[in-house]
Design a protein around this ligand. Structure first.
Ligand code: FES
Length: 242
């Protein structure tokens, strides 16, 4: 979790052999992006709190045997970070393959086909097959809302929808039930979405969802596109109280 420190200091570190200066309190991911160094992410979204759940953003830090989530690790003086290596690529591929194996991500019939962050990540990591047995769970589709839909089969549990609903919209309609592979997004006390008394129908959750899990009803295969640009803007406006 990135903590904002009261006294900001200048820090020098090395990312991929490049000497970089940043402010104390900044995470490795923030600094990498400010310096055009690409680190893959799925659960992270600028404008929301850091959750650190997907682990796609893991990086190597010199003298540390374990891997670190770049979105949730603050830079420290003299740190040496490596964002790409055969080991990192191997683990990132494994994570994405496990996400595909866990639920039913059938891209060819998905409304988000061609606009899906999970699909794009698989392409970027050169995944052409999944080495793990598919679980093919029988999961529900919540079609109860008038104009939005939740398809649990496509959900990767990044919790962006839960965070945007609580942190930005302030409705706190969405939450998570269960543990491990049985975890699922719920509305209020696990009611059908359409029966929720707290959902404002703002649609922010649909727009931040990286896959075809949250979509607008009435969209056909490949038609669902998402917009996330509003998020950093809203957060900034609130910070400066405009
Ligand atoms: Fe860092 Fe998901 S983006 S853990």
């Amino acid at each position: 979790m990135s903590a904002v420190t009261s006294t900001t200091q200048s820090i020098t570190l090395t990312i991929d052999d490049k000497a970089i200066s940043c402010r104390s309190g900044e995470t490795i991911l923030q600094v990498a992006r400010e310096n055009n160094i690409d680190i893959p992410t799925l659960c992270y979204l600028e404008g929301l709190t850091v959750w650190g759940g997907c682990r796609l953003c893991m990086v190597e830090i010199a003298a540390s045997p374990k891997l670190h989530a770049a979105c949730a690790t603050e830079c420290t003086e003299g740190m040496t970070v490596r964002t790409t290596s055969p080991r990192l690529k191997q683990y990132r591929k494994m994570i994405v393959e496990m996400l595909f194996a866990e639920r039913n991500h059938v891209c060819s019939v998905c409304v988000s086909n061609g606009h899906c962050e999970l699909q794009n990540m698989a392409t970027k990591l050169e995944i052409d097959h999944v080495r793990f047995p598919y679980r093919f769970p029988h999961l529900a589709v919540d079609n109860s809302h008038d104009y939005m839909r939740l398809d649990h089969n496509r959900c990767i549990l990044c919790l962006r929808c839960v965070r945007v609903c609580g942190e930005i919209e302030g409705a706190h309609t969405k939450d998570v039930k269960g543990r491990g592979v049985l975890s699922a997004i719920i509305h209020d006390l696990d009611e059908p979405w359409g029966d929720s008394q707290t959902c404002t129908g703002c649609g922010k959750c649909v727009n931040v969802c990286p896959t075809g899990a949250l979509t607008h009803r009435g969209t056909a295969v490949g038609e669902m596109t998402k917009k996330t640009e509003f998020l950093p803007y809203l957060t900034l406006m609130r910070e400066v109280k405009l």
